[in-house]
Design a protein around this ligand. Sequence first.
Ligand SMILES: Nc1ncnc2c1ncn2[C@@H]1O[C@H](COP(=O)(O)OP(=O)(O)OP(=O)(O)O)[C@@H](O)[C@H]1O
Ligand SMILES: [Mg+2]
Length: 408
Amino acid sequence: MFLWSQVCSLSPYISSLHLIDELMELTAQSLSRLEINDHFNIIKEIGRGKYGKVLLVTHRCRGTPMALKVMPKASTKLQGFLREYCISLHLSCHPCIVGLFGIAFQSEEHYGFAQELVIGKDLFAVIQPRVGIPEGAVKRCVLQIASALEFIHEHGLVHRDVKPENILLLDRHCCRVKLADFGLTQKRGTLIRLISGTLPYMAPELCAMAVEPGERRPRAEPLSVEPSLDTWAFGVLIFCILTGYFPWERCTTSDDFYQEFADWCQSPAKAATPSQWKRFTPAALEMFSRLLAVDASHRCTVGEVEAYINVDWVRTVPPGELVGDDGMVKATSTLTSTLNSHYIRYIYTHSSPPADTESHGCNSVRETCSKSRGPVAVEMNVRMDMTNDRCDFEYCMIAGQPPGIFTG
Ligand SMILES: Nc1ncnc2c1ncn2[C@@H]1O[C@H](COP(=O)(O)OP(=O)(O)OP(=O)(O)O)[C@@H](O)[C@H]1O
Ligand SMILES: [Mg+2]
């Protein structure tokens, strides 16, 4: 027997998908034909993506500023345009999703629709390379995007393009942010048979659908589009904005950074924490391991990040931990290490240097410090010169001595 309560619990999901189909049909019938310049004053181009460009315009009659997304007809299918517009319109009532004016049109050469103008930059533009953005701003952003994604998922849809370029800021500090770009959004359960390239935000099961050079078909079975794809991208996004770099290039076995992470997830007790993850607190690592569960069926929902909002994500080493009241470096057993391709920062005890010291070509640093000064605690910034495989370390802290410059 099918209970009415079951119908009600399914209905927002089903009615939402039904409504989008209906909206698409109605929009197709009434899509107005106009030339952009006749109706809008073009002020400038404010953004460009793979599929179109976004123009800052004012409405000729009313003077209202708007962001006009225009896509060339030559490379855009009408159905694809209608789907993006109708899904955007359907979701635009959420406070953390970009608003729409309900204006869609076709010109001689373009399809277009008018969006709320978001005057700040996009999130990508404010990430300091290799530094990221402050943890407080990250958390404000994370809460708002999680809420937007939950809303999308409740409507039976999957965004499929969660990345910093698609998060628009109303202010530099991420007090108000909005998710944009529904160009890749699909209904949950849609089957993907292959993709043509990979991005660092793509989940391993999606990367498996990519065709390798020389191959004609992917090796994997068709993949059902599920909210867990957004959960993965959201996890990668959080890593990127906290650190200013990608955790890996793509989730395939040929990517050492990904493989190291996947091995560690499988047996965290046995494998050492990969170096680029050591900067995070145990709570943050737990959050990442749930967002980035390699097996999609074990992945948490985006909303579950809320449980981690009130704990620190990035380890901090208070200056007092390294330098005592007398201004001299104290002995410490702090052991952290972070790595990206150009820059390494180590804090370690002489007796237990990071396991990856040698693998990153910093053996000389450890040797020099231990032989010449016999440090108990050392903090140093090591700059990797990737061109000739040299390490220059700039800053060294030695127990019982004032912190000082030490060049090896
Ligand atoms: N409403 C808006 N207000 C201000 N800037 C915007 C707005 N919408 C988009 N932009 C800017 O334009 C850029 C491109 O827009 P959008 O992501 O919609 O295009 P796209 O071609 O679908 O991109 P992608 O390559 O991600 O698929 C965004 O990254 C952002 O910087
Ligand atoms: Mg985009």
